[in-house]
Design a protein around this ligand. Sequence first.
Ligand code: SAM
Length: 286
Amino acid sequence: MSGKLGSTASGSFTIVGTPIGNLGDLSARAQAALSAADVIYCEDTRITGKLCNHFGIKTPCRAYHEHNAEALRPRILEALEAGQNLALVSDAGMPLISDPGYKLVQAVIAEGLEPQVVPGPTAATTALVLAGLPSDRFMFAGFLPPKSGARRKALAELAQVPGSLIFYEGPSRLAAMLADAAEALGDRPAAVSRELTKLYEETRRGHLSTLAQHYQEQGAPKGEIVVLIGPPFDDPGPSEENLDAMLRRALAENSLKDAVAYVTNVSGTKKKLVYERALKIKDENR
Ligand code: SAM
């Protein structure tokens, strides 16, 4: 360990998990850590202020978010050096999980101080254990890009990940995201969890296409959402006919190179074979 903060005179920096909806999930350790801190750094002082009020925690809250993070980091490090005990929380769940904090933790470590953690719930793994999908290997992929083209590209990059996939998604984009996922990943088993740990908690399970259809018909659901998608199928890949259909769609919107890369990724078929089929389709269309 090196740096100025390794000495015993330094303060402490504790990452504290907070509830994702149900206040009963703020652990006794989390309450103690927040009470003991000199300052709580949070995304929104009103949200964390309410949490603190509920538990009678008197520690002052200060905002640390993407707009002031750069300017604030050196001041936070100075406060630690001066011996202050600081806590970091986000609006909900674990800080750093699709939330600010990673660069601050990196800076604290670079200064030679070991961050502490009081773990709490996170929506990603809470949804995973409810989904009934394989949980031995999974990848948390956060939020996908909002526009369909970029979203499909991002999904295609994940097509060969040998485990379940976890995404955060907003209500208005849910149906389109599920439809894009069905196309890019194949019609895999999936689940949509919303409002976890809250009054209207709901998990809907099915295949990507049926879930997409459900939310297209019902309209955008209310609340916060996690989408879970099962691992790639253990099958021999698409038939020649389906491969050609995928290629025709991809070639209509992309260059030969991009279409081949996309379909290779999505179908799990050898690139050489996809390339040969793509050339044949191009020839037929001349
Ligand atoms: N740090 C948080 C965590 O540990 O889960 C995630 C913060 S991220 C900005 C917010 C997203 O997390 C929401 O848009 C939603 O996708 C998901 N999320 C948070 N709370 C949730 C809940 N109670 N039920 C379902 N999804 C939730």
